[in-house]
Design a protein around this ligand. Structure first.
Ligand SMILES: *Cc1c(COP(=O)(O)O)cnc(C)c1O
Length: 853
């Protein structure tokens, strides 16, 4: 076999792609901007549309990413290294411009270049539409992971879907959510590069045939399929000041031929054009359900489309350089982000066996040494199951392989537990019933060498509960990888004031090694430092207050406590508990019980799945309560309530720096990890939270005195469940009784009689899965401690500093280092560094070697 280096010499003519490095200084950036504005975009001095200013800057930055992107590719090829692939139906990227500037280390240069041209970076930045290709935490985690992989110089590629329409835009009309399509690509996307040369062909439908090969063995063929094309669009993922630029490859569906000749000749012109539409529908829209399956055939199509396109792509690249699959498993690893891409298990088997002639055992050995599965939820409604007939019709060959995997797997189980037929029924990948269902989580577990949860409690509950049988069979597969967030976007970029203060105090090493932010802890005792910390927080609160004023018409006083709950609206996250507390505070004000009061501004934001009735009703309740509270002259600055529409990544970049109190109040045992909690903590918010998900680990880091803990534990929740009588709880708690009475009496639904009855019913039902009433008293008491603590400004600022200082664990750099040490085993590969990268590299290299080497 030819070596990769030899091959390069043959294929590429020397000099074809060689260019001098682009300048990264102010004059160079100005020159680039002018060039793109005039020569590339064709605008002149009379066009004053900020959109084209943004685009000119984006193209100027993009070409600087491009040279590093190529160099990174060459470095990976030369190293012939093992690669990781992060397969995810969601990548909630947000804006790319600021992140690229920060990671290239040219934020100040770009800012100055624009100023000299009479423009402001913030104004241009505001023109960019969020890439909202995800629902919430799971999609945002994928985005943070990519940032950390590039920063840690790991050869990891993201694979996802290029949805034409991302997460819907949320408007609030009469207090209710209205969804609008998010046509985010309408003005083009300067951050993507179409690569039609790597198009893959994806099959659906048809039937399976077996046949004899020349050597007399049985082989399988998938015939009479309806095919679509998968066209890749690549997005550059820059590491933090290290010259590395990794790739996120998103697939778009396209028809194989616009005019199917047979149909065309038969005169079915319109039908053949319609076929094109059907093909392209696959990547038309993101399903807007967070933490719940939806069972639609189009969703299964999307899942298989992603898995098949990505695996074919990896195998094609492999075969361009290698003669066989002998060390494929040593050089490739696929991380499945939840069960959504778990069609990858049978699909890799199919590609290896049907398309490359491997036997079952060899193909299974490769598959089960390359697949790793991350579970994201314990909620039963989120566990994906596909009706077997639907699977059969859409993916007949995959189903055949799944059934064979299951038969062989159950044989092993039977060997280990002879005669235990109930266990076989429980563990089967096929659930019995009418119709039978394919359990995707079990398929992912059986096909993977690693199964991880996303926080310590979550991983524990997986092996004790949901996946107990599998844990007993394969304890070595199960592990924990506590989530994180990238400190580049979620502190360095979104909070420039705090960035400056932290960097002035301890240097900038924390950006690439968040553990070092701990060096701030001693400054919590320094009154002068506390004063500076406090004034940064006040500036950020003022910025958030103007956003709330502009979008909600509600005036937040920055001297008040900013109490914030932003996340998807879901009953398990218990926005209802927050609202009950707000109503209780309102009730206290109306009763004149305001001695020692702490003024409070409550901010709630989040999208509800369009088909989730209760979640949408909760949005309506928040808005109605806000209206009553804000319009009541007795209330004034004592209490303000606002619902901020269209929560998304960019909104969170303004919200978390300006928050005092972070609400993380899910029913214990239900929130797998949470990552919003980590963004708030990094930015110096204090948490009021249950012992759930990563809250537990946040509490461990900061200590009880810097965290407002309340509520039942996961264990207590399950113990109480059979004996839970909310009516008794309400009867014994006059505060809660009055709150329920205000809800029932129509105080917040004056002209909409009875609209909140379903909410009262949910709270008072002994079968309330979220046990809202059970935690009310404990929550109110914790909020009293919050209010008292906020009165002590110095004490609060001290706690705020401690929260940031002990947030080091919650960097995705730590999470990714653990994925790599425990699952992927990739070597770091350094790309060529430019002049801009060198100084940053000098700074942190040694420290990072120590932490991650
Ligand atoms: C971080 C983030 C989330 C996740 O928030 P949780 O509080 O962990 O549910 C969801 N959506 C957006 C836009 C985010 O930035």
């Amino acid at each position: 076999m030819q070596s990769i280096k030899q091959r390069k010499k043959v294929v590429y003519s020397p000099g074809l792609t060689e260019l001098p490095p682009l300048p990264m200084d102010v004059p160079g950036l100005k020159e680039g901007f002018r060039h793109h504005y005039t020569c590339h975009l064709g605008r002149d001095k009379y066009c004053r549309s900020p959109r084209y200013y943004y685009k000119a800057l984006a193209f100027t930055i993009r070409e600087r990413l491009m040279e590093r992107w190529n160099n990174t590719r060459y470095a990976y090829l030369d190293a012939d290294c093992k690669h990781g692939y992060y397969l995810s139906l969601e990548f909630l990227m947000g804006r790319a411009l600021g992140n690229a500037l920060l990671n290239l280390g040219i934020t100040d240069e770009a800012s100055r270049a624009l100023l000299e041209l009479g423009l402001k970076l913030e104004d241009l930045s505001a023109e960019e539409i969020d890439a909202g290709l995800g629902n919430g935490g799971l999609g945002r985690l994928a985005a943070c992971f990519l940032d950390s992989c590039a920063t840690l110089e790991l050869p990891v590629m993201g694979y996802g879907i290029r949805y034409e329409y991302g997460m819907f835009r949320q408007r609030i009309v009469d207090g209710r959510q209205v969804e609008e399509p998010d046509h985010w690509l309408r003005d083009g996307n300067p951050w993507e590069v179409e690569r039609p040369e790597y198009t893959q062909r994806i099959s659906f439908g048809g039937r399976c045939e077996s046949f004899r090969t020349e050597s007399g063995e049985t082989s399988y063929r998938w015939a009479d399929t309806r095919d679509v094309l998968a066209v890749p669009y690549d997005i550059p993922i820059p590491g933090y000041r290290n010259g590395t630029v990794n790739t996120l490859r998103l697939w778009k569906a396209a028809a194989t031929d616009v005019f199917d000749l047979d149909e065309f000749n038969a005169g079915s012109y319109t039908e053949s054009v319609a076929t094109k539409n059907e093909a392209e529908n696959i990547t038309m829209v993101l399903y807007p359900n967070d933490a719940s399956e939806n069972g639609k055939a189009l969703r299964l199509r999307q899942q298989y489309f992603l898995a098949s396109a990505s695996l074919q792509d990896v195998v094609a690249r492999w075969k361009a350089h290698k003669e066989d699959f002998a060390d494929f498993a040593e050089k490739n690893c696929f991380q499945l982000n939840d069960t959504h891409p778990s069609c990858a298990v049978p699909e890799l088997m199919r590609i290896l066996m049907d398309e490359n002639g491997l036997g079952w055992d060899e193909a299974w050995g490769i598959t089960t040494r390359t697949m790793a599965y991350t579970n994201h939820t314990l909620l039963p409604e989120a566990l994906e199951r596909w009706p077997l007939p639907m699977f059969q019709q859409l993916l007949p060959r995959s189903l055949e392989i799944v059934l064979e995997i299951n038969a062989r797997f159950l044989k092993e189980v039977a060997k280990r537990w002879p005669g235990d037929s109930d266990r076989l029924r429980r563990m089967s990948i096929i659930e019995e019933g009418e119709p039978q269902q394919v359990r995707m989580a079990y398929l992912a577990i059986v096909g993977s060498f690693s199964v991880n949860g996303v926080a310590a409690l979550h991983s524990h509950l997986l092996s004790e509960g949901l996946f107990r049988d599998f844990y007993e069979f394969w304890p070595e597969k199960f592990n924990n990888k506590t989530n994180g967030v990238t400190p580049r976007r979620w502190l360095a970029w979104c909070n420039p004031g705090l960035n400056r203060l932290i960097t002035d105090t301890i240097g900038n090493g924390w950006v690439a090694d968040l553990g070092r932010i701990r060096e701030l802890a001693p400054y919590a005792d320094d009154p002068a430092f506390r004063e500076r910390w406090h004034s940064v927080k006040q500036e950020n609160k003022a910025r958030l207050a103007s956003l709330v004023e502009a979008k909600c018409g509600v005036t937040f006083n920055t001297e008040s406590l900013f109490d914030v709950q932003v996340k998807r609206i879901h009953e398990y996250k218990r926005q209802l508990l927050n609202v009950l507390h707000v109503i209780h505070l309102y009730d206290r004000i109306k009763r004149g019980d305001t001695a020692g009061w702490t003024n409070r501004c409550v901010l709630i934001a989040g999208k509800a799945a369009p088909g989730y009735y209760m979640a949408k009703l909760i949005i309506k309740l928040v808005n109605n309560v806000a209206k009553v509270v804000n319009d009541d002259p007795d209330v004034g600055d004592l209490l303000k309530v606002a619902f901020l529409p269209n929560y998304r990544v960019t909104a969170m970049e303004y919200i978390c720096p300006g928050t005092d109190l972070s609400e993380q109040i899910s029913t214990a045992g239900k929130e797998a990890s949470g990552t919003g909690n980590m963004k708030f903590m990094m930015n110096g918010a204090l948490t009021i939270g249950t012992l759930d998900g990563a809250n537990i680990e946040i509490l461990e880091e900061v200590g009880e005195e810097n965290f407002f803990r309340f509520g039942l534990t996961a264990q207590e929740v399950e113990q109480l469940r059979p004996n839970y009588y909310p009516h008794a709880v309400i009867a014994s708690d006059p505060d809660l009784a009055r709150v329920i009475w205000l809800l029932q009496s129509g105080h917040f639904s004056m002209f909409e009689t009875g609209i909140f009855d379903p909410i009262v019913q949910a709270i008072t039902s002994p079968r309330d899965p979220w046990m809202v009433a059970a935690d009310f008293r404990s929550y109110v008491e914790a909020q009293k401690r919050v209010a008292a603590a906020y009165h002590d400004r110095e004490g609060w600022t001290r706690k705020s500093i401690i929260n940031s200082a002990y947030s080091g664990k919650f960097s995705t750099d730590r999470t990714i280092a653990e994925y790599n040490e425990g699952i992927w085993h990739l070597d770091r590969v350094k790309a060529e560094r430019g002049s801009q990268e060198e100084d940053a590299a000098e700074h942190h290299l040694e420290e990072r070697e120590r932490s991650f080497g």
